[in-house]
Design a protein around this ligand. Structure first.
Ligand SMILES: *Cc1c(COP(=O)(O)O)cnc(C)c1O
Length: 406
Protein backbone atom coordinates (compact mmCIF):
# COMPACT_ATOMS: atom_id res chain seq x y z
CA UNK A 1 0.00 0.00 0.00
CA UNK A 2 1.24 3.49 -0.83
CA UNK A 3 1.31 5.63 2.29
CA UNK A 4 0.23 9.27 2.18
CA UNK A 5 0.57 12.05 4.72
CA UNK A 6 -2.47 14.18 5.53
CA UNK A 7 -0.98 16.81 7.87
CA UNK A 8 -0.67 20.48 6.96
CA UNK A 9 2.78 22.04 6.57
CA UNK A 10 1.53 25.55 7.33
CA UNK A 11 -0.42 24.61 10.49
CA UNK A 12 1.19 26.03 13.61
CA UNK A 13 0.07 25.26 17.15
CA UNK A 14 -2.62 27.53 18.68
CA UNK A 15 -1.65 30.68 20.55
CA UNK A 16 -1.49 29.58 24.24
CA UNK A 17 -4.58 30.25 26.34
CA UNK A 18 -2.67 32.65 28.64
CA UNK A 19 -1.62 34.70 25.59
CA UNK A 20 -5.17 34.84 24.27
CA UNK A 21 -6.31 36.12 27.68
CA UNK A 22 -3.52 38.71 27.80
CA UNK A 23 -4.47 39.93 24.32
CA UNK A 24 -8.10 40.23 25.39
CA UNK A 25 -7.07 42.37 28.36
CA UNK A 26 -5.13 44.71 26.08
CA UNK A 27 -8.15 45.02 23.78
CA UNK A 28 -10.46 45.68 26.72
CA UNK A 29 -8.14 48.44 27.91
CA UNK A 30 -8.32 50.16 24.53
CA UNK A 31 -4.65 51.11 25.03
CA UNK A 32 -2.82 49.41 22.17
CA UNK A 33 -0.21 51.96 21.14
CA UNK A 34 3.25 51.54 22.63
CA UNK A 35 3.16 54.85 24.51
CA UNK A 36 -0.52 54.71 25.51
CA UNK A 37 0.33 53.85 29.12
CA UNK A 38 -1.12 54.70 32.51
CA UNK A 39 1.26 56.34 34.97
CA UNK A 40 4.59 54.57 35.19
CA UNK A 41 3.36 51.15 33.97
CA UNK A 42 5.86 49.56 31.56
CA UNK A 43 3.15 48.09 29.29
CA UNK A 44 3.21 44.79 27.43
CA UNK A 45 5.81 46.00 24.87
CA UNK A 46 8.20 47.18 27.59
CA UNK A 47 7.72 43.99 29.62
CA UNK A 48 8.32 41.80 26.57
CA UNK A 49 11.56 43.67 25.89
CA UNK A 50 12.73 43.14 29.47
CA UNK A 51 11.77 39.47 29.51
CA UNK A 52 13.28 38.75 26.10
CA UNK A 53 16.52 40.51 27.04
CA UNK A 54 16.71 38.35 30.18
CA UNK A 55 16.00 35.13 28.23
CA UNK A 56 18.50 35.99 25.50
CA UNK A 57 21.14 37.24 27.94
CA UNK A 58 21.24 40.56 26.08
CA UNK A 59 21.83 43.94 27.73
CA UNK A 60 19.15 45.81 25.71
CA UNK A 61 16.10 44.84 23.66
CA UNK A 62 13.69 46.68 21.38
CA UNK A 63 10.48 45.08 20.03
CA UNK A 64 9.53 46.13 16.50
CA UNK A 65 7.01 45.48 13.74
CA UNK A 66 8.82 42.64 11.91
CA UNK A 67 12.12 40.82 11.57
CA UNK A 68 12.78 42.67 8.33
CA UNK A 69 12.19 45.98 10.08
CA UNK A 70 14.62 44.95 12.83
CA UNK A 71 17.26 44.32 10.14
CA UNK A 72 16.69 47.70 8.48
CA UNK A 73 16.80 49.46 11.88
CA UNK A 74 20.03 47.64 12.77
CA UNK A 75 21.65 48.65 9.47
CA UNK A 76 20.70 52.29 10.02
CA UNK A 77 21.69 52.21 13.67
CA UNK A 78 25.21 50.97 12.84
CA UNK A 79 25.48 53.86 10.39
CA UNK A 80 25.12 52.22 6.97
CA UNK A 81 24.79 55.00 4.39
CA UNK A 82 22.93 55.14 1.12
CA UNK A 83 25.04 53.61 -1.66
CA UNK A 84 27.24 51.66 0.76
CA UNK A 85 28.06 47.96 0.20
CA UNK A 86 26.90 45.43 2.82
CA UNK A 87 28.23 41.87 2.84
CA UNK A 88 25.64 39.12 3.27
CA UNK A 89 25.36 35.42 2.49
CA UNK A 90 24.04 34.41 -0.92
CA UNK A 91 21.70 31.84 0.68
CA UNK A 92 19.11 33.77 2.64
CA UNK A 93 15.49 34.92 2.54
CA UNK A 94 14.22 37.90 0.55
CA UNK A 95 13.72 40.23 3.61
CA UNK A 96 17.51 40.25 4.15
CA UNK A 97 18.59 41.88 0.86
CA UNK A 98 15.28 43.77 1.13
CA UNK A 99 16.44 45.39 4.39
CA UNK A 100 19.76 46.33 2.77
CA UNK A 101 17.87 47.91 -0.12
CA UNK A 102 15.52 49.68 2.34
CA UNK A 103 18.43 51.74 3.64
CA UNK A 104 19.65 52.46 0.10
CA UNK A 105 22.66 50.16 0.42
CA UNK A 106 23.77 47.35 -1.93
CA UNK A 107 24.17 43.72 -0.89
CA UNK A 108 27.48 42.08 -1.81
CA UNK A 109 26.87 38.35 -1.68
CA UNK A 110 29.25 35.82 -0.14
CA UNK A 111 29.21 32.16 -1.21
CA UNK A 112 27.76 29.44 1.01
CA UNK A 113 29.13 25.97 1.67
CA UNK A 114 27.50 22.57 1.17
CA UNK A 115 26.51 22.81 4.83
CA UNK A 116 24.47 25.93 3.97
CA UNK A 117 26.57 28.39 6.01
CA UNK A 118 28.54 31.38 4.80
CA UNK A 119 31.83 30.32 3.17
CA UNK A 120 34.45 31.79 5.51
CA UNK A 121 37.21 31.61 2.89
CA UNK A 122 35.08 33.60 0.46
CA UNK A 123 34.20 36.00 3.29
CA UNK A 124 37.89 36.51 4.08
CA UNK A 125 38.51 37.22 0.38
CA UNK A 126 35.68 39.81 0.20
CA UNK A 127 36.02 41.33 3.68
CA UNK A 128 37.69 44.49 2.38
CA UNK A 129 34.64 45.40 0.29
CA UNK A 130 32.39 46.61 3.14
CA UNK A 131 32.26 47.92 6.71
CA UNK A 132 29.28 45.77 7.69
CA UNK A 133 28.36 42.08 7.43
CA UNK A 134 24.68 41.19 7.68
CA UNK A 135 25.10 37.53 8.61
CA UNK A 136 21.96 35.47 8.01
CA UNK A 137 21.78 32.20 9.95
CA UNK A 138 19.51 30.98 7.17
CA UNK A 139 17.30 28.00 8.09
CA UNK A 140 19.05 27.82 11.45
CA UNK A 141 22.54 26.85 10.24
CA UNK A 142 25.38 28.40 12.25
CA UNK A 143 28.85 28.78 10.74
CA UNK A 144 32.01 28.61 12.86
CA UNK A 145 31.14 31.79 14.77
CA UNK A 146 34.54 31.97 16.48
CA UNK A 147 36.38 32.04 13.16
CA UNK A 148 33.82 34.41 11.62
CA UNK A 149 34.30 36.91 14.46
CA UNK A 150 38.09 36.66 14.13
CA UNK A 151 37.84 37.50 10.40
CA UNK A 152 35.45 40.41 10.99
CA UNK A 153 37.22 41.80 14.07
CA UNK A 154 40.58 41.75 12.29
CA UNK A 155 39.09 43.74 9.40
CA UNK A 156 37.07 46.10 11.65
CA UNK A 157 33.81 44.84 10.08
CA UNK A 158 30.63 45.23 12.16
CA UNK A 159 28.49 42.08 12.37
CA UNK A 160 24.68 42.23 12.39
CA UNK A 161 23.17 38.79 13.04
CA UNK A 162 19.93 37.72 11.38
CA UNK A 163 18.64 35.20 13.94
CA UNK A 164 15.19 34.66 12.38
CA UNK A 165 15.81 30.88 12.53
CA UNK A 166 18.25 30.70 15.44
CA UNK A 167 16.19 32.00 18.35
CA UNK A 168 17.22 29.43 20.98
CA UNK A 169 20.28 28.08 19.13
CA UNK A 170 23.85 28.19 20.45
CA UNK A 171 27.40 28.02 19.10
CA UNK A 172 29.87 26.54 21.61
CA UNK A 173 27.36 27.29 24.35
CA UNK A 174 26.92 30.97 23.40
CA UNK A 175 23.43 31.98 22.31
CA UNK A 176 23.01 32.90 18.67
CA UNK A 177 22.78 36.69 18.55
CA UNK A 178 25.43 37.27 21.24
CA UNK A 179 28.43 37.29 18.89
CA UNK A 180 27.81 40.31 16.69
CA UNK A 181 27.21 43.99 17.53
CA UNK A 182 23.44 43.61 17.18
CA UNK A 183 21.00 40.74 16.58
CA UNK A 184 17.60 40.64 14.89
CA UNK A 185 14.85 38.09 15.57
CA UNK A 186 11.49 37.50 13.92
CA UNK A 187 8.20 36.55 15.56
CA UNK A 188 6.46 36.04 12.25
CA UNK A 189 4.07 33.05 12.28
CA UNK A 190 6.59 30.51 10.92
CA UNK A 191 9.43 31.38 13.33
CA UNK A 192 9.96 30.26 16.94
CA UNK A 193 7.39 32.56 18.55
CA UNK A 194 4.22 33.64 16.79
CA UNK A 195 2.68 37.10 16.77
CA UNK A 196 1.71 37.06 13.10
CA UNK A 197 4.29 39.73 12.33
CA UNK A 198 6.90 41.00 14.76
CA UNK A 199 10.60 41.39 15.46
CA UNK A 200 13.10 41.87 18.27
CA UNK A 201 16.44 43.63 18.24
CA UNK A 202 19.09 43.03 20.92
CA UNK A 203 22.49 44.56 21.58
CA UNK A 204 24.93 45.49 24.32
CA UNK A 205 25.82 48.79 22.61
CA UNK A 206 24.01 51.65 24.38
CA UNK A 207 24.57 54.32 21.71
CA UNK A 208 23.44 51.95 18.95
CA UNK A 209 20.31 51.00 20.92
CA UNK A 210 19.54 54.67 21.56
CA UNK A 211 19.65 55.33 17.80
CA UNK A 212 17.51 52.25 17.07
CA UNK A 213 14.99 53.33 19.70
CA UNK A 214 14.66 56.82 18.23
CA UNK A 215 14.37 55.35 14.73
CA UNK A 216 11.58 53.02 15.92
CA UNK A 217 9.51 56.10 16.77
CA UNK A 218 10.35 57.02 20.38
CA UNK A 219 9.29 60.69 20.07
CA UNK A 220 10.45 62.02 23.49
CA UNK A 221 9.47 58.90 25.45
CA UNK A 222 12.94 57.47 26.15
CA UNK A 223 11.96 56.87 29.76
CA UNK A 224 9.33 54.41 28.48
CA UNK A 225 11.90 51.84 27.38
CA UNK A 226 12.68 49.71 30.43
CA UNK A 227 14.96 47.43 28.38
CA UNK A 228 16.66 50.35 26.65
CA UNK A 229 19.74 52.38 27.57
CA UNK A 230 19.69 55.18 30.14
CA UNK A 231 18.95 58.78 29.13
CA UNK A 232 22.63 59.74 28.86
CA UNK A 233 23.11 57.32 25.92
CA UNK A 234 20.70 59.37 23.80
CA UNK A 235 21.88 62.24 21.63
CA UNK A 236 21.17 65.78 22.85
CA UNK A 237 18.89 66.42 19.93
CA UNK A 238 17.03 63.18 19.12
CA UNK A 239 15.01 64.93 16.42
CA UNK A 240 18.13 64.77 14.24
CA UNK A 241 17.37 61.06 13.76
CA UNK A 242 14.30 60.24 11.64
CA UNK A 243 11.23 58.51 13.09
CA UNK A 244 10.37 55.31 11.19
CA UNK A 245 7.34 54.39 13.37
CA UNK A 246 7.86 50.67 13.70
CA UNK A 247 7.90 49.69 17.37
CA UNK A 248 5.71 46.75 18.34
CA UNK A 249 2.25 47.45 19.78
CA UNK A 250 0.96 46.02 23.07
CA UNK A 251 -1.38 43.54 21.43
CA UNK A 252 1.37 41.56 19.77
CA UNK A 253 3.63 41.91 22.79
CA UNK A 254 0.83 40.42 24.90
CA UNK A 255 0.66 37.44 22.52
CA UNK A 256 4.40 36.87 22.83
CA UNK A 257 5.13 37.18 26.56
CA UNK A 258 3.48 33.88 27.57
CA UNK A 259 5.17 32.14 24.62
CA UNK A 260 8.58 32.84 26.16
CA UNK A 261 7.68 30.44 28.95
CA UNK A 262 7.37 27.51 26.51
CA UNK A 263 10.07 28.57 24.05
CA UNK A 264 12.79 26.22 25.34
CA UNK A 265 10.43 23.22 25.33
CA UNK A 266 9.25 24.08 21.83
CA UNK A 267 12.82 24.35 20.57
CA UNK A 268 13.54 20.87 21.93
CA UNK A 269 10.34 19.53 20.32
CA UNK A 270 11.34 20.95 16.91
CA UNK A 271 14.77 19.39 17.16
CA UNK A 272 13.29 15.98 18.07
CA UNK A 273 11.18 16.18 14.87
CA UNK A 274 14.21 17.20 12.84
CA UNK A 275 16.21 14.23 14.13
CA UNK A 276 13.35 11.84 13.37
CA UNK A 277 13.20 12.97 9.73
CA UNK A 278 16.99 13.02 9.48
CA UNK A 279 17.22 9.44 10.80
CA UNK A 280 14.58 8.31 8.30
CA UNK A 281 16.48 9.85 5.39
CA UNK A 282 19.93 8.58 6.34
CA UNK A 283 21.64 6.46 3.66
CA UNK A 284 19.07 7.23 0.97
CA UNK A 285 20.99 6.78 -2.31
CA UNK A 286 21.50 10.08 -4.14
CA UNK A 287 20.42 12.16 -1.12
CA UNK A 288 22.88 14.15 1.02
CA UNK A 289 22.00 15.29 4.53
CA UNK A 290 23.42 18.53 5.92
CA UNK A 291 26.14 17.80 8.46
CA UNK A 292 25.81 19.67 11.74
CA UNK A 293 28.96 20.41 13.73
CA UNK A 294 29.38 19.35 17.35
CA UNK A 295 29.61 23.00 18.49
CA UNK A 296 26.21 23.84 17.02
CA UNK A 297 23.10 23.44 19.20
CA UNK A 298 20.44 24.06 16.58
CA UNK A 299 16.65 24.38 16.60
CA UNK A 300 15.22 22.05 13.95
CA UNK A 301 12.11 23.98 12.95
CA UNK A 302 12.82 23.09 9.32
CA UNK A 303 15.03 20.54 7.57
CA UNK A 304 17.09 20.74 4.38
CA UNK A 305 18.71 18.07 2.26
CA UNK A 306 20.45 18.00 -1.10
CA UNK A 307 20.08 16.02 -4.30
CA UNK A 308 23.49 17.08 -5.58
CA UNK A 309 24.01 17.33 -9.31
CA UNK A 310 20.61 15.84 -10.15
CA UNK A 311 19.05 17.06 -13.40
CA UNK A 312 16.28 19.61 -12.75
CA UNK A 313 13.57 17.40 -14.26
CA UNK A 314 14.41 14.62 -11.79
CA UNK A 315 14.16 17.03 -8.84
CA UNK A 316 10.89 18.37 -10.20
CA UNK A 317 9.66 14.75 -10.35
CA UNK A 318 10.58 14.20 -6.67
CA UNK A 319 8.68 17.37 -5.74
CA UNK A 320 5.52 16.46 -7.61
CA UNK A 321 5.53 12.82 -6.50
CA UNK A 322 6.03 13.81 -2.85
CA UNK A 323 3.28 16.42 -3.18
CA UNK A 324 0.86 13.77 -4.48
CA UNK A 325 1.57 11.87 -1.27
CA UNK A 326 0.99 14.94 0.91
CA UNK A 327 4.61 16.00 1.48
CA UNK A 328 5.35 19.60 0.51
CA UNK A 329 8.98 20.26 -0.34
CA UNK A 330 10.44 23.60 -1.34
CA UNK A 331 13.18 23.72 -3.97
CA UNK A 332 15.76 26.49 -4.02
CA UNK A 333 16.83 25.53 -7.54
CA UNK A 334 13.49 26.25 -9.23
CA UNK A 335 13.90 28.60 -12.20
CA UNK A 336 11.26 31.03 -10.92
CA UNK A 337 10.56 32.17 -7.32
CA UNK A 338 7.60 30.26 -5.82
CA UNK A 339 5.78 30.88 -2.54
CA UNK A 340 8.30 32.08 0.05
CA UNK A 341 11.24 30.66 -1.90
CA UNK A 342 13.53 32.77 -4.04
CA UNK A 343 17.29 32.92 -4.44
CA UNK A 344 19.81 35.71 -4.79
CA UNK A 345 19.75 35.74 -8.61
CA UNK A 346 16.04 36.61 -8.49
CA UNK A 347 16.73 39.81 -6.53
CA UNK A 348 17.37 41.91 -9.63
CA UNK A 349 17.40 45.25 -7.78
CA UNK A 350 20.59 44.09 -6.08
CA UNK A 351 22.32 43.45 -9.42
CA UNK A 352 23.96 40.35 -7.90
CA UNK A 353 27.33 39.05 -9.08
CA UNK A 354 27.23 35.30 -9.92
CA UNK A 355 28.16 32.97 -7.04
CA UNK A 356 29.01 29.71 -8.82
CA UNK A 357 29.47 27.51 -5.73
CA UNK A 358 26.17 28.71 -4.26
CA UNK A 359 24.42 28.12 -7.61
CA UNK A 360 25.55 24.52 -7.62
CA UNK A 361 24.36 23.95 -4.05
CA UNK A 362 20.99 25.71 -4.42
CA UNK A 363 20.30 23.81 -7.66
CA UNK A 364 19.88 20.61 -5.62
CA UNK A 365 18.61 22.05 -2.32
CA UNK A 366 15.27 20.97 -0.87
CA UNK A 367 13.63 22.36 2.24
CA UNK A 368 10.71 21.42 4.44
CA UNK A 369 9.01 23.00 7.45
CA UNK A 370 8.43 20.93 10.59
CA UNK A 371 5.52 22.50 12.48
CA UNK A 372 4.92 21.30 16.04
CA UNK A 373 1.50 20.05 14.96
CA UNK A 374 3.39 17.06 13.42
CA UNK A 375 3.92 14.08 15.72
CA UNK A 376 7.15 12.07 15.73
CA UNK A 377 5.29 9.30 13.88
CA UNK A 378 4.26 11.86 11.26
CA UNK A 379 7.94 12.69 10.86
CA UNK A 380 8.84 9.02 10.32
CA UNK A 381 6.09 8.72 7.71
CA UNK A 382 7.24 11.88 5.91
CA UNK A 383 10.79 10.53 5.80
CA UNK A 384 9.58 7.17 4.37
CA UNK A 385 7.67 8.98 1.62
CA UNK A 386 10.65 11.16 0.66
CA UNK A 387 12.96 8.17 0.73
CA UNK A 388 10.63 6.17 -1.56
CA UNK A 389 10.20 8.96 -4.06
CA UNK A 390 13.87 9.94 -4.15
CA UNK A 391 14.69 6.29 -4.77
CA UNK A 392 12.02 6.01 -7.50
CA UNK A 393 13.20 9.20 -9.23
CA UNK A 394 16.77 7.86 -9.46
CA UNK A 395 15.83 6.30 -12.78
CA UNK A 396 15.42 9.82 -14.18
CA UNK A 397 18.40 11.23 -12.31
CA UNK A 398 20.74 8.38 -13.15
CA UNK A 399 19.32 6.20 -15.94
CA UNK A 400 21.65 3.30 -15.11
CA UNK A 401 20.91 3.33 -11.38
CA UNK A 402 19.80 -0.01 -9.96
CA UNK A 403 18.26 0.19 -6.52
CA UNK A 404 19.81 -2.37 -4.22
CA UNK A 405 17.43 -4.77 -2.54
CA UNK A 406 16.55 -3.65 0.99
C1 LIG B 1 11.59 35.39 8.29
C2 LIG B 1 12.98 35.82 8.02
C3 LIG B 1 13.39 37.15 8.14
C4 LIG B 1 12.48 38.32 8.35
O1 LIG B 1 11.46 38.17 9.17
P1 LIG B 1 10.03 38.90 8.98
O2 LIG B 1 9.61 39.00 10.39
O3 LIG B 1 9.19 38.00 8.14
O4 LIG B 1 10.28 40.23 8.35
C5 LIG B 1 14.73 37.42 7.99
N1 LIG B 1 15.62 36.47 7.70
C6 LIG B 1 15.27 35.20 7.54
C7 LIG B 1 16.33 34.19 7.22
C8 LIG B 1 13.94 34.82 7.68
O5 LIG B 1 13.60 33.55 7.49
Amino acid sequence: MTETFTGNFTQQTPIPEAAQQAALRVMQSGRLHRYNLVGAEPGEAGLLEQEYAAWQGARFCLAVASGGTALALALRAVGVQSGEAVLTNAFTLAPVPGAVAAVGACPVFVEVTEDLVIDLDDLAAKIGQARVLLLSHMRGHLCDMDRLMRICDAAGVTVIEDCAHTMGARWNGVRSGQHGRVACFSTQTYKHMNSGEGGLLTSADAALMARATILSGAYMFFDRHPAGPSRDAYPDNPAEIPNMSCRMDHLRAALLRPQLATLDDNCAAWTARYRRVEDGLRNTPGLTLISRPEAEAYVGSSIQFRLPDWPPEAIAAVLSRCKTRGVELKWFGAPQPTGFTSRYEHWRYADPAPQPATNRILAGLLDMRLPLTFSLDDCSLIARIIRDEVTAAQTIARPHFEPTAP
